[in-house]
Design a protein around this ligand. Structure first.
Ligand code: GAR
Length: 202
């Protein structure tokens, strides 16, 4: 069984969806690590409630991104992690980490990439006036939300949407899409050629 680490900075609703999918056997993998850069992230409590003692890795003692990522990498290696899942982890990973896990780091983004990358994808899509947005699960490379796309799904923007209502509907889709992408990885069904990610049948 593959070993997964989930990295989260915030609410942790995606973490929760992944943990639930694993508990129900919809993901054939074990979440062995939950790591947060923020001590007060509700994600930490969600992990505890499901029987996982999370790790708070505070960035403050480290001199910059690379040093922090070295520490992260040491933890991931020690645990024998196969797949790193970013679930609302609001830090850009340095090449140190990306190169250590080529094709083995996933991220979820609340917009249809390559549109609206970065930390305000929902707000920027709403303010731009798009009629359709959505979410994207992609492999992480060294850029900002630029890696090969694994799965995408659309979500319509409604007339009376606010950032909050739109984000809630996007997240409902994320909670379905992310476990599916993880399971495809676990079943070795994802093949990347250049920018394109193909899903192979079993
Ligand atoms: C998710 O909607 C995710 O797509 C977004 O943060 C939210 C985290 O929610 N990620 C990004 O914007 C990354 N650029 P959660 O903590 O409840 O899973």
């Amino acid at each position: 069984m593959k070993k997964i680490a989930v990295l989260a900075s915030g609410e942790g609703t995606n973490l929760e969806a992944i943990l639930e999918a694993a508990e129900r056997g919809r993901i054939s993998a074990q979440v062995v690590l939950v790591i947060s850069d923020r001590k007060k992230a509700p994600a930490l409590e969600r992990a505890r409630r499901r029987g996982i003692e999370p790790l708070h890795l505070d960035p403050r003692p480290y001199r910059g991104r690379e040093e922090y990522d070295q520490a992260l990498l040491a933890v991931l290696r020690r645990a024998g992690i196969d797949l790193v899942v970013l679930a609302g982890f609001m830090r850009l990973l340095s090449p140190v980490l990306v190169q250590a896990f080529p094709g083995r780091i996933m991220n979820i983004h609340p917009a249809l990439l390559p549109a609206f990358p970065g930390t305000s994808g929902v707000e920027e899509a709403l303010n731009y006036g798009v009629k359709v947005t959505g979410c994207t699960v992609h492999f992480v490379d060294e850029g900002l939300d630029t890696g090969p796309i694994i799965l995408q799904e659309t979500v319509p923007v409604l007339q009376d949407d606010t950032v909050k209502t739109l984000h809630m509907r996007i997240q409902a889709v994320e909670h379905r899409l992310y476990p599916r992408a993880i399971e495809l990885f676990c079943q070795d069904q994802l093949r990347v050629e250049g920018r394109r990610c193909f899903i192979e049948s079993r």
